[in-house]
Design a protein around this ligand. Sequence first.
Ligand code: PLP
Length: 449
Amino acid sequence: MACGSMKSFFPGHQICQSSGHLSKAKSRKASVVTCALVSHGNTSTTTNSTRSVVEVPLDIQTTSNFINLSRSLIKKKLESTDLYYDQGSRDKIGNGKFGRDYVGRETPLYYAQRLTEHYKSKSSSGEGPEIYLKREDLNHGGAHKMNNALAQAMIARRMGKTSVVAATGAGQHGVATAAACAKLSLECTVFMGTKDIEKQSSNLLLMKLLGAQVKSVEGNFKDATSEAFRNWVNDLENCFYLNGTVVGPHPCPSMVREFQSVIGKETRKQAAEKWGGKPDVLVACVGSGSNALGLFHEFIGDEEVRLIGVEGAGIGLDSGHHSATLARGEVGVYHGAMSYLLQDEEGQIVGPHSIGVGLEYPGVSPELSFLKDSGRAEFHTATDEEALDAYRLLCRLEGIFPALEACHALAFLDKLCPTLPNGTKVVVNLSGRGDKDADIVFNSKPTQL
Ligand SMILES: Cc1ncc(COP(=O)(O)O)c(C=O)c1O
């Protein structure tokens, strides 16, 4: 498969292997490289049908085990996961009784009346869109992450695994995984970056109380992910890697998207019940992409429905400190898939930054990368300051405290609402609750209210 084509963002069944810190596919055209990286000692040759397109030196320490193993053992393991995933999705794993009684589905589609009035009052005509919130913050565990974690933990049980390994950034996926493992009697190890532990300590405590072993890794989410992969490959027989978002090698992106697509399916049904139509605009924050794809996927074929993803602009897009992978990244291969990536001229990964810790990942969903290139979805950004203001605003107007990640989607309403006709139905994915972020927001200086 030619990875430079649009289709190539979908990982397929082969392993699109990361070269760790050296990931750049120089341009969209030059990125016509295969998803197989052939290891040559200290270098790796990315090949297409004509072979030997780009020679890249490999960072042995970060990649050698994973690359070599991925082409044999890991590939087999992922294929067997694929098999169980196919069986599982036929059984509607995770969305049945467990989904209702344990996760708390379906989550409400909530009319945010005071937020709607706020934006109407800012317009000279007194008109504006109607804003609805998809309340994923009301899921058990406090975020959309539980939809996927529980379903994958059930797959792990079916495959006869005894332990689960995961990586977490903001801690929401860690909490969801730890809870699902407690419920299904699986051993659980969660890797978390030292920087994230500092910022999201309440989630660290919850994971421990839920019985997970939490291992700290120098750095942040990307480093925790690499370490979780390494840990997993040491015991492929018994251990299941529970991926929290729509990145990584196949079947992870499509499997996670499938389990999160319950968000969009419910939204369609609820919109029909509430106003007898579809939403006009869907808005979601984008870290790696799971809550956005979860909402968008159901509506991709409804061309009249606008799909808007909002990334973290951090302290400014030109500052170099942001998480705007789709806005500012270039195509590359990382952690097993091809997507837009934050990388420098040499193809070295550039560390992402966002006040929403869960947005800090240098890659992004291959499928969202495709939706960007095809023009089906639009992508915008919101800064740390704008997200903090959105947190305060939702607290004061609706009595709801949103996760800082979701605040990026809310913040974009400032720019979006004045451009929309009266009565436009906007659905914002409220991907998580923000108690984990209360001290960050409380201790930051408000710019406005
Ligand atoms: C509440 C919440 N929203 C959004 C995200 C971003 O992840 P994704 O883009 O996969 O939805 C995270 C990640 O931790 C999160 O905790």
